[in-house]
Design a protein around this ligand. Structure first.
Ligand code: MN3
Length: 202
């Protein structure tokens, strides 16, 4: 029993012009495949083998760099593919919209906070929207392939939205213009899926 690379729920070119097909293909078949293979190798023959990725990350020894980097990379990209969609963007509705208003005052204030977290993450990493038990939402960011499920990363709750700000996520189309990629990302956020994750984990 080992982790498998997921299938994209849309075609490589489905998110154009915001994210180009070549970036999507390389990102999935090279980067995410690499994390998947390295994770499987790192847990083979250990007590982590056969556990869910969430259980592995929540109980992680942060000194275990192989599982930290590759388990994080595996989980983070699985989430990233699912919270994007073609013909998406806009704003959330329902309970998630209310939680965002409660935490930030408005959707625009949330968008500013999320974009700022993504744009100011130094080097490689991720920005997140997480939900705490009870329904409160939070924006935060983590370096490298860390994520809020891991212990003591300064970012709590269950991730329900995440943006990859490693250069491999945007460099072919945007070169060094990370802010342009972050702004474009809002056009492909699948709020139905983010809401589903909110309701499941609140
Ligand atoms: Mn990536």
């Amino acid at each position: 029993m080992s982790f498998e690379l997921p299938k994209l729920p849309y075609s490589y070119d489905a998110l154009e012009p915001y994210i180009d097909a070549r970036t999507m293909e390389i990102h999935l078949t090279k980067h995410h495949q690499g994390y998947t293979n390295n994770l499987n190798n790192a847990i083979a023959g250990t007590e982590m083998e056969g556990k869910s990725i969430e259980a592995i990350l929540e109980n992680l020894d942060m000194n275990n760099k192989a599982v930290r980097n590759n388990g994080g990379g595996y989980y983070n990209h699985c989430l990233y593919w699912e919270i994007m969609a073609p013909n998406a963007g806009g704003k959330p509705t329902g309970a998630l919209a209310e939680a965002i208003n409660d935490a930030f005052g408005s959707f625009d204030a949330f968008a500013d906070a999320f974009a700022a977290a993504a744009k100011t993450r130094f080097g490689s990493g991720w920005a997140w929207l997480t939900v705490h038990k009870g329904g409160k939402v939070e924006v935060c960011s983590t370096p490298n392939q860390d994520n809020p499920l891991m212990p003591n990363v300064g970012c709590e709750g269950t991730p329900i939205l995440g943006i990859d700000v490693w250069e491999h996520a945007y460099y072919l189309n945007y070169q060094n213009r990370r802010p342009d990629y972050v702004n474009a990302f809002f056009n492909v956020i699948n709020w139905d899926e983010v809401s589903r994750r909110y309701n499941e984990n609140k």
